[in-house]
Design a protein around this ligand. Structure first.
Ligand SMILES: [Fe+2]
Ligand SMILES: [Fe+2]
Length: 204
């Protein structure tokens, strides 16, 4: 974490209150997913020099855009093509707009707001995140994608996809790409912590 940067309990609560209005109307489990990734993000911030005033709000708000999207193409697409579906692109676009609205309404620092909006606009595009040298963007991406490897997500996939073949395919994709997705030492460490809890989560 960058010394001197922090986010207060009240500020976080204010952001949660605004984001929940959208998250509750998104995909099944989006609220719980968001709670987990915020916790992962904070763990990463304990171990990497990221800015919590960017990473934490970005994670709280990152998936609010699903509330404005018909995600049936996401559900139907093969695992390797999910990130290229129209609904994934659209949820990033809407999420970036929602982030701007929420952050302006609470009077968030304009420079941080700009960064958060930019990160949310690409948060589910691994190749765009990889092409960027922005550590905060990488930490947001890593916290979000780490959750795909956890036990809770495995249960959630059954709610969203209700198709064992699709879930196995998704897990093969995650397994194959784990060394591509996670670059920070903190994320690699957290990945082994998450997956070593094993049982029910994918076998890594
Ligand atoms: Fe997302
Ligand atoms: Fe997410």
């Amino acid at each position: 974490m960058i010394p001197g940067k922090s986010i207060s309990f009240d500020q976080e609560r204010q952001l949660w209150a605004a984001a929940l209005k959208y998250l509750e109307r998104g995909r099944p489990g989006d609220v719980e997913h968001t709670r987990r990734v915020v916790a992962y993000g904070k763990t990463l911030l304990d171990r990497e020099p990221g800015n919590p005033r960017v990473v934490v709000p970005a994670l709280i708000i990152h998936d609010t855009g699903w509330s404005k999207v018909d995600f049936s193409d996401f559900v139907d697409a093969p695992a390797v093509d999910k990130k290229d579906t129209a609904s994934v692109r659209l949820h990033m676009h809407h999420g970036a707009n929602i982030a701007r609205e929420i952050l302006e309404a609470v009077g968030w620092d304009p420079a941080a707001t700009l960064q958060i909006v930019d990160i949310i606009a690409v948060h589910d595009a691994p190749e765009k995140i990889r092409a960027s040298s922005n550590l905060d963007a990488a930490l947001v991406f890593e916290a979000d994608w780490l959750d795909k490897y956890g036990q809770a997500s495995q249960k959630r996939y059954y709610e969203i996809f209700s198709d064992n073949g699709k879930i196995e395919e998704l897990n093969r994709y995650l397994e194959k790409n784990k060394f591509v997705f996670f670059r920070s030492e903190a994320a690699k460490g957290l990945l082994s912590e998450i997956t070593s809890k094993g049982k029910g989560c994918i076998h890594l």
